[in-house]
Design a protein around this ligand. Structure first.
Ligand code: HEM
Length: 401
């Protein structure tokens, strides 16, 4: 059977999607000046030991490549190490509790139904435009308390960020790299400026929303600064929607490509959560996370110097044949699925419960409303054009028998 990667144009750098796995689970890449980690055990090691594998990777990026990088770091959990990380994560967890997420289920269902009403009676729909993009972005915007009607604005900013998200050298900067860095900076400024105005407003006019909770949250007498609230909200807004958009599209594509599994999950919806986990393993939305070594360390038989940039390719680790039986097979019934799609350790995705809930709720409704749902063979799916992401960004579906 041909694989999804062979059938459709996934990014050429993502060799693990074509059933390839490198002989060395860890290797240095002269073109980027960084180390790549592909093996599952090795990836786990980098995610589990923040003392040696620090998340403060910005310090290794030359200032001229990202002149205002410091401005976006404060409050960005993804870039923080203990003890500051723990403090902020605890604070944020007070605002972003399991109950806050669980209570969203009826709203997610209503939104899904409203979005699908727009294509009721139609012969076909494009999944990303009609459901997979708007649903998570409306949910996260409503949760934060920013107008969901501004979502076209976020889309414009985020699309530019994704376009500029390519593997780049840490040692040499081309004209293209410089332009990309400038554009990225401009879009981040837009996002941060926009969120800053809303945060300012919540200080004066508190509301029942996450931005207000973040402004008010307090641990040991400490509150978040303006910059911390804005940057954290920015991470939530970005991480909170593009990844879930990919999860929804990828899962539909996986099911469509595997008719037996599709039929089984249609008939028995209790299989949906395991199907979503397998989709996360099989087509992992966030392909890599970055770390910076603080000391010389041995990893996967290689000696890595201190102050090295490390790319841990969780998407490749999720296809490691040493950990997963038959890794190239989409098998929602697999017994052992310790995938790393949400990371591991102290930075484990804070939004995982929300992504899982959105996935389960939306897919259940989609399957209920369109029993004949399948991809349109005349319009191939397209993927986000970045080696750092694996995600459908266009998926044309036929709705009628
Ligand atoms: C962290 C993936 C959805 C917010 C992470 C990490 C991964 C990840 C791999 C770990 C990064 C690292 O170790 O450096 C995903 C995937 C998602 C998803 C695949 C959907 C399928 C979400 C959602 C939100 C979110 C819906 C917010 C509402 C965050 C935040 C962190 C994070 C704030 C940082 C946590 C920390 O550093 O302590 N995510 N994510 N993510 N994610 Fe997600």
């Amino acid at each position: 059977m041909t694989t999804i990667a062979e059938n459709w144009g996934v990014h050429e750098a993502q060799f693990w999607l074509r059933g390839e796995f490198p002989a060395d689970p860890v290797g240095f890449e002269p073109a980027t000046g960084a180390w790549n980690v592909y093996g599952h055990a090795e990836a786990l090691q980098t995610l589990s030991d923040p003392k040696v594998f620090s998340s403060d990777t910005a310090r290794l990026i030359p200032k001229e490549m990202s002149p205002k990088k410091d401005q976006f770091i404060e409050g960005n959990l993804l870039q923080m190490d203990p003890p500051d990380h723990k403090k902020l994560r605890t604070l944020v967890s007070h605002a972003f509790t399991p109950k806050v997420v669980a209570d969203l289920e009826p709203r997610i269902a209503t939104l899904t139904n409203e979005l699908l009403d727009a294509v009721d009676g139609a012969d076909s729909m494009e999944l990303v435009t009609h459901l997979a993009y708007p649903l998570p972005v409306i949910v996260i915007a409503e949760l934060l308390g920013i107008p969901a009607s501004d979502r076209d604005l976020f889309k414009e900013w985020v699309d530019t960020l994704l376009r500029n998200s390519q593997q780049r050298s840490l040692t040499e900067q081309t004209e293209e790299d410089r332009k990309a860095a400038e554009e990225t900076q401009e879009q981040l400024n837009n996002l941060v400026g926009y969120l800053g105005e809303h945060v300012e407003d919540r200080r004066k006019n508190p509301r029942e929303d996450l931005l207000t909770k973040l402004v008010e949250a307090e641990v040991d007498g400490t509150k978040l600064t303006q910059n911390e609230v804005v940057n954290f909200a920015n991470v939530l807004l970005l991480a909170g929607h593009i990844t879930t958009t990919m999860l929804l599209g990828n899962t539909v594509l996986c099911l469509d490509s595997h008719p037996d599994e599709y039929r089984r999950v249609r008939e028995d919806r209790s299989l949906l959560p395991a199907t979503i986990e397998e989709s996360l393993r099989f087509l992992s939305p966030f392909a890599l996370v970055a770390r910076a070594t603080t000391t010389e360390v041995e990893l996967g038989g290689q000696k890595i110097p201190a102050d090295s940039m490390l790319f841990t390719w969780v998407a490749a680790a999720n296809r490691d044949p040493r950990t997963f039986t038959d890794p190239g097979k989409f098998d929602p019934a697999r017994k052992h699925n310790p995938h790393l799609a949400f990371g591991r350790g102290i930075h484990f995705c804070i939004g995982a419960p929300l992504a899982r809930l959105e996935g389960k709720t939306a897919l259940n409704i989609l399957l209920d409303r369109f029993p004949d749902l399948r991809t349109d063979p005349a319009v191939p799916p397209s993927f986000i054009p970045s080696p750092h992401m694996t995600g459908v960004n266009g998926l044309q579906l036929l709705l009628k028998p």
